[in-house]
Write a protein that binds this ligand. Structure first.
Ligand SMILES: Cc1cc2nc3c(=O)[nH]c(=O)nc-3n(C[C@H](O)[C@H](O)[C@H](O)COP(=O)(O)OP(=O)(O)OC[C@H]3O[C@@H](n4cnc5c(N)ncnc54)[C@H](O)[C@@H]3O)c2cc1C
Length: 381
């Protein structure tokens, strides 16, 4: 049996459901959200919950700053404690080049309204007294950065979206997107067809596959990233600590569990969500080098998810040249949770033909064709 929907959103992660939430808030509920697995089964349910505004590109700083302000109001909107804890992000530099870049980054961040500070290693140690600063050259810190509990955010959106009358169908895989000329006609799923002229590609690590179904090309590539959680310990770590050079990040939750991950520079492109011994060994060793007090803590769970990477480590937003009303909200690389509030809102505005509340033109897929892009330099892992 064929049905109809005004908008079909593919992917029930933070960005698919966040876009549905904003469409609903704007009074539009003729929407179906589809996911081939369970809600939050993609990267949205596998990440570190880090919310950071300390970026090197103007676009990312603006998206992250506006999103942080929106996260601050989200408890109230979703009527739930989302565990948004603003203990700051401490970013460590391990050589003079990094330290020089950090000074430049802070200047740009400050000029755009992010109150980050450049610190000496001793000042960094005042924030995390257990930190081994023997190889640290400098640091930056921003107090309003922090962490949030991803499942609560995504399920909070899902509950609200259902109350708004929007249909979420999990375990419903999209098999094809049928087009005629440059128009979308329907979405084929394993449970039947849905007629529509508007599709949102919020499929994270699978977004290139979805684009291909519609005859569009995006340069996204999925890359595995691994992460772990320890048993709960008495809380001593306030900020998220990260190093670009080592590809590591870690924080301690309100409940005392340490959550941290690390990228493998030799990771191959592809859909792979299995754990590896490489991660267990290298993450543990690096973590203990950073904070010797972590020696002997027990890891209780380790898992992996996909970074949906792009050539400049920045998201792809807006429509594509090949097909009309085919909206992209993907390619977030390692930071699609922290910028989700504003990009979800802007995507909903574009779909409804409203003036976008933030200019995202520079993040359209055309930038790769025109070779007019600058890589974000502050990705961990
Ligand atoms: C280990 C790790 C740590 C991270 N840490 C952070 C962090 O600290 N802070 C941060 O901001 N970001 C972080 N990220 C990145 C962040 O998690 C992602 O950018 C973000 O969650 C992407 O959300 P999304 O909704 O766009 O995609 P996803 O959450 O990946 O959702 C995509 C959904 O699409 C569905 N789908 C795919 N194909 C189909 C199909 N054919 N039919 C139907 N459904 C389909 C999938 O099942 C999936 O549920 C991290 C990522 C990883 C892997």
């Amino acid at each position: 049996m064929s049905e109809e929907a005004g908008v079909v959103i593919i992917g029930a992660g933070v960005n698919g459901l966040g876009t549905a939430y904003h469409l609903g808030k704007m009074g539009y509920d003729d929407v179906v959200v589809l996911d081939k697995s369970y809600i939050c089964s993609g990267a949205s349910g596998r990440n570190g919950g880090g919310i950071r505004q300390q970026w090197t590109s103007e676009e990312n700083i603006k998206l992250a700053l506006e999103s942080r302000k929106m996260f601050e109001k989200l408890n109230e909107e979703l009527e739930q404690d989302l565990e948004f804890y603003q203990g700051g992000y401490l970013v460590l530099a391990f050589d003079e080049d990094e330290s020089k870049d950090f000074k430049k980054n802070v200047k740009l961040q400050n000029s755009l309204g992010v109150e980050s500070q450049y610190l000496t290693p001793e000042e960094a140690k005042e924030i995390v007294p257990e930190l081994n600063i023997s190889d640290v050259v400098a640091a930056t810190f921003n107090q309003t950065d922090g962490t949030i509990y991803p499942f609560k955010v995504v399920n909070g959106y899902a509950n609200r979206v259902r109350e708004m009358g929007i249909d979420i169908r999990d375990h419903t895989e999209v098999l094809d997107i049928v087009t005629e000329g440059d128009e979308i006609k329907k979405v084929k799923t394993e449970a039947g067809d849905i007629k529509t002229d508007t599709v949102v590609n919020a499929a994270g690590g699978w977004s290139s596959q979805i684009a291909e179904m519609a005859g569009a090309e995006i340069p996204n590539k999925p890359v595995r990233h691994e992460i772990m959680v320890t048993e709960p310990y008495k809380r001593f770590l306030e900020p998220m600590v990260i190093s670009f050079k080592h590809g590591i990040y870690f924080s301690q939750s309100e409940h005392g569990n340490v959550v941290g991950g690390m990228g493998n520079p030799d990771e191959e492109v592809g859909v792979n969500q299995t754990g590896s011994l490489w991660f267990m060994k290298n993450f543990s060793k690096t973590l203990i080098d950073f904070i010797p007090r972590f020696s002997g803590v027990n890891m209780i769970r380790q898992w992996a998810g996909l970074y949906d990477t792009t050539p400049d480590a920045q998201p792809i937003l807006g429509t594509v040249p090949e097909v009309e009303r085919f909206y992209q909200i993907n390619g977030f690389s390692g930071h699609g949770f922290m910028v989700s509030p504003v990009v979800d809102k802007v995507t909903a505005e574009l779909i409804l033909g409203k003036e976008p509340s933030m200019d995202i033109d520079r993040l359209s897929v055309d930038r790769f064709e025109a070779d007019d892009f600058e890589a974000e330099g502050a990705v961990v892992g």
